[in-house]
Design a protein. Sequence first.
Length: 318
Amino acid sequence: MRQYLEFEKPVAELEAKIEELRRMTTAPGELNIADEVAKLSVKADAQLKAIYAKLSPWQKTQVARHAERPKAEGVISALIENFTPLAGDRAFADDAAIIGGMGRFRGQAVMVIGTEKGTDTESRLKHNFGMAKPEGYRKARRLMELAGRFNLPILTFVDTSGAFPGIEAEARGQAEAIARGIEACLDAPVPLVATIIGEGGSGGAIALAAGNAVLMYEHAVYSVISPEGCASILWRDAAQAATAAEAMRITAQDLRKLGLIDEIVPEPVGGAHRDPEAALAVLGDAVEKALTPLLEQTPEALKARRREKFLAMGKVGL
């Protein structure tokens, strides 16, 4: 059964009515159910388009967190052939919050890395809700270095509220692991295409997203801190999250204007969770479009342009 967000209630009511009518049978001379269903379907589609045409940053955050939204494992399953997962950081443990391995993307051998939130209670616990620990970022770094040695382009798919904030993660060097992850992105001698598919939270996201090309789903969000965290710091009230989301400019549209991402990947009307297959097909085309010209560049050019790109962010004229 489809899960509806709070602002989708008008659509939920219409679609519930449609389902109710579809289960009914009619006698001769009674209401033509097919015609009524068609009318309500048109009305529901129009309502959905109207709602999604003017989503607020906070509403986009809710869409980005939708439980049915495509996750990294789903993206890899749909876009990567012959995927061979690789595990462990060769120092402490394997962190299931970050998945990665080798495979083929539309005929091109690649290294794939993603943050995985999970799709149900069991898998969310297994993947720690996509919040990686130091061993996760060290695993990602290991895979990036491996990709460099074997000349494999790197594709990353980011969906995390942030790095795991627990004491044990700090004790094992969380900040250093994230910094080294960013360093690995910048030093990779191969093309790196990063995509924010849901939430891109803080350093936990940029450790995998400092790429030559940074793509972002239309209703994804990317920020230095969650809206709730920002609200708790500035107003000491997490209920101000909507205000914080507006101020932080966390949407793909704002970030594209600011030059912090390169392309916005369109989603089906109603979000990627309404039609994951179509959403993933469009994502595959966008990744291929971003990757193809990068394959022609030398390792030196890839690294230099990647560093220049990120060092230029935030600069203002004096």
